[in-house]
Design a protein. Structure first.
Length: 226
């Protein structure tokens, strides 16, 4: 799994990252709330391990609430020394999927992560993605806008699918390179610009409301909001 660990305690962070890496996972580690939020919104993770109390101007629960507010349903395991019933209830109500109290055994953390992934994978598979009058049938491999078929090349289809799955969110060039083209670096190519331009012509040209927008100095967003 690709995991994000947000933990400010150096010893705990080092211990957890080492154990997860040895278990075969890829781990990004942020030691403050600001960096944790940046990682959480700018990359795609299979799960997030989130400490509650963090430096950096934003705490763990605020990060979780922000992610859920924007439709990000990544499984989140909360780590905290706050062990009261009310503390656990607040953590779960904020959008956390599980709550592990410090100190903890690493084996239990690993088992809880595995359980989170099993639950998330058991959710029924989506076959239709929609945004406003735009719809994508994943099984039939067809796209329709306002009742009109939209013919897409395979890469354009994959690009639109990713944008639809992250609708109303800013999607960065790095996210697209890693998830649509499988590049883990920026090869200084205009491949994204070319495909975005072609996709925009196909899904927006001739329609009164543009859906695919460029967010200056940030990336792109597929949205039907004003």
């Amino acid at each position: 799994m690709k995991l994000l660990l947000v933990e400010d305690n150096e010893r705990v962070g080092r211990f957890v990252k080492k154990g997860l890496t040895e278990a075969g996972h890829t781990v990004d580690h942020a030691d403050n709330g600001k960096d944790g939020m940046y990682h959480a919104v700018s990359a795609s993770y299979d799960a997030i391990i989130m400490d509650r109390m963090l430096p950096g101007g934003i705490d763990g629960l605020s990060i979780i609430e922000a992610l859920r507010m924007h439709g990000n349903q990544v499984p989140i395991l909360i780590l905290s020394a706050l062990d009261g019933v009310d503390d656990r209830i607040r953590g779960l109500k904020s959008g956390g999927d599980d709550y592990l109290i410090k100190p903890f055994a690493f084996g239990e953390l690993l088992a809880r992560l595995d359980a989170l992934m099993r639950r998330s994978q058991s959710v029924s598979v989506e076959t239709m993605l929609t945004l406003g009058d735009l719809s994508m049938d994943l099984l039939a491999h067809k796209v329709v806008r306002a009742g009109k078929p939209v013919a897409l090349q395979p890469r354009e289809f994959k690009l639109l699918e990713y944008l639809l799955r992250h609708a109303n969110q800013v999607v960065t060039r790095t996210m697209l390179l890693e998830n649509v083209w499988d590049y883990h670096f920026d090869p200084q190519t205009n491949v994204i610009d070319v495909h975005i331009s072609k996709l925009r012509q196909k899904i927006d040209a001739g329609f009164p409301t543009p859906l695919l927008r460029t967010v200056r100095n940030a990336g792109y967003m597929l949205t039907d909001r004003e």
